[in-house]
Design a protein around this ligand. Structure first.
Ligand code: GLA
Length: 377
C-alpha cells in the first residue's frame, strides 16, 4: 500500500486521496447461469488489484499501471463514450462513465490478478475503481449498486455482455466462505468453505490458452438461453424445473435445447453443492464439479482441449472433482484435491501439457478471501 502511494506521488505529484483493493475470483460451481437469473457459488481469491486515486482540478483523466512500465494514458472526461480509450483502460473509463464522474482524476493501478486466466482481472479492476470513486465522491452506493455499475461499464462501455457474478463476488466476498449469490436479486448467503482442516486444497490451473471464440462464443451462448426463454414463454431458465424443460424439448431447436439444458441442470447442481458443503460431503461436491464440467464441455460446448486435459489429468491422479471455470474457451480449471497430492497432480498436469505440445500451465492455490476494500484514505 505504501509502495503504490509512493509510486503514485513519483508519477503524478501529490498523494493519492484513496487506495482500494478488489480481488479476482474462482467459481466453485454455477457456470454460465448468472445471466439466466441462476444461483452461483464463487469465492474471492487472494490476488487483488490495487487502485490509488486522487481528484484533479481539471477534466483530465490520467491512468497508469505498474504493469505498463510508466506509460500514462490521458483522456478528457468530456470525450468518454463507449469503446473510447485504449483497450486496457476501458474497464476504468467505463466505470467513470457509468458513475458520471464530473472531475478529472489521477489513477494508478497495480493489477495482481493474473491477466487472461479466467480469474476476473477485469471485474477486479472495475470494482477497485468503483469503490474508489464511490468513496471520493461520497456517493454511498451499496455493494449491489456498485456491482451493477461495474457490470454496466463492461456491458455498455467495453462491449462484453457479461453477467453479474464476477463483479458481485469481487465486492461482496467474505474470507472463509463461498458466496451463494442469487443473480435475480443479488441477495447473498455465505457458505463456509473451510477445506484445509479436511486435508483438502483447491488447485487452480491456468491453462494459458486463449481461444478465439472467447468473445463471440460467450454472446452466442447467452443469446441461446434468451431464445429458449422466449420460445418457452417463461421469465428465465431459473423458472423451469429440469423435468418440465425436458418435457418441452420438441419446442426448441436442438442447439437451443442443449444450451438451455446445461443451464437448468447447472442450477440444480449449485443447490446440491450447497447441500454437500453443509454436510461436509466433499466426495459429493467433487462429483458435482465433474458433472458441471461434462455439461460445459458436451452440452454448452465452451471447454477446449487444454481445459479438458487439465481436468482429466487431475481426476486420473486422484482429484475428488475438477472442472473448467469462468467463460471458457481457455482460462482456468479448478481441482478439489487432497493437500498431500498437490505436487504429484501439478507435475502430472505439467507433463501432460508438455506431451500434448500445449503451453506450460500455471498453478495457484487460494483459500476464499475478502471482497473489495478501501485500504487507505
Ligand atoms: C464470465 C462472465 C460471468 C459469467 C461467467 C460464466 O466470467 O463475466 O458473468 O457469465 O463468464 O459463468
Amino acid at each position: 500500500m505504501d509502495d503504490i502511494g509512493k509510486r503514485f506521488t513519483n508519477l503524478f505529484g501529490g498523494n493519492p486521496e484513496v487506495i482500494t483493493t478488489a480481488p479476482g475470483r474462482v467459481n466453485l460451481i454455477g457456470e454460465h447461469i448468472d445471466y439466466s437469473d441462476g444461483f452461483v457459488l464463487p469465492f474471492a481469491i487472494k490476488n487483488v488489484t490495487t487502485v490509488a486515486m486522487a481528484r484533479r482540478n481539471d477534466n483530465m483523466i490520467r491512468i497508469s499501471s505498474l504493469q505498463k512500465a510508466g506509460e500514462v494514458v490521458s483522456i478528457d472526461l468530456t470525450s468518454l463514450a463507449p469503446q473510447v480509450g485504449e483497450s486496457w483502460t476501458r474497464y476504468v473509463l467505463g466505470v467513470l462513465w457509468v458513475l458520471k464522474v464530473d472531475r478529472g482524476l489521477d489513477i494508478l493501478i497495480d493489477g495482481r490478478v493474473p491477466l487472461g486466466a479466467g480469474l476476473s482481472s477485469s471485474a477486479a479492476l472495475e470494482c477497485a475503481v468503483a469503490i474508489a470513486v464511490d468513496h471520493l465522491f461520497e456517493k454511498n452506493l451499496d455493494q449491489a449498486q456498485l456491482a451493477l455499475a461495474a457490470q454496466k461499464a463492461e456491458n455498455d462501455y467495453v462491449g462484453m455482455p457479461c453477467g453479474i457474478m464476477d463483479q458481485s463476488v469481487s465486492l461482496m466476498a467474505k474470507a472463509g466462505s463461498a458466496l451463494l449469490l442469487d443473480c435475480r436479486d443479488l441477495s447473498t448467503t455465505n457458505i463456509p468453505f473451510d477445506i484445509a482442516p479436511q486435508g483438502l486444497e483447491l488447485l487452480i490451473i491456468d491453462t494459458q490458452a486463449h481461444h478465439k471464440l472467447v468473445d463471440g462464443g460467450y454472446a452466442e451462448r447467452r443469446a441461446s438461453c434468451e431464445l429458449a426463454v422466449k420460445v418457452l414463454g417463461i421469465t428465465s431458465l431459473r423458472d423451469i424445473s429440469v423435468s418440465d424443460y425436458v418435457a418441452r424439448k420438441s419446442e426448441l431447436d436442438p442447439t437451443t435445447y442443449i444450451r438451455g439444458f446445461h443451464a437448468v441442470t447447472e442450477m440444480q447442481r449449485v443447490l446440491d453443492a450447497v447441500q454437500a458443503l453443509k454436510e461436509n460431503n466433499f466426495s459429493k461436491l467433487g462429483k458435482l464439479l465433474n458433472e458441471s464440467h461434462k455439461s460445459l464441455r458436451d452440452d454448452y460446448n465452451v471447454s477446449c482441449p487444454e481445459l479438458n486435459l487439465a481436468v482429466d489429468t487431475a481426476l486420473e491422479h486422484g482429484a475428488l472433482g475438477a472442472r473448467m471455470v469462468g467463460g471458457g474457451f481457455g482460462g482456468s480449471a479448478i481441482a478439489l484435491i487432497k493437500a498431500d497430492h498437490l505436487d504429484a497432480i501439478q507435475s502430472a498436469i505439467a507433463s501432460a501439457f508438455d506431451a500434448g505440445h500445449f503451453k506450460a500451465p500455471r498453478f495457484f492455490t487460494s483459500l476464499p478471501g475478502d471482497g473489495a476494500q478501501v485500504i487507505a484514505s
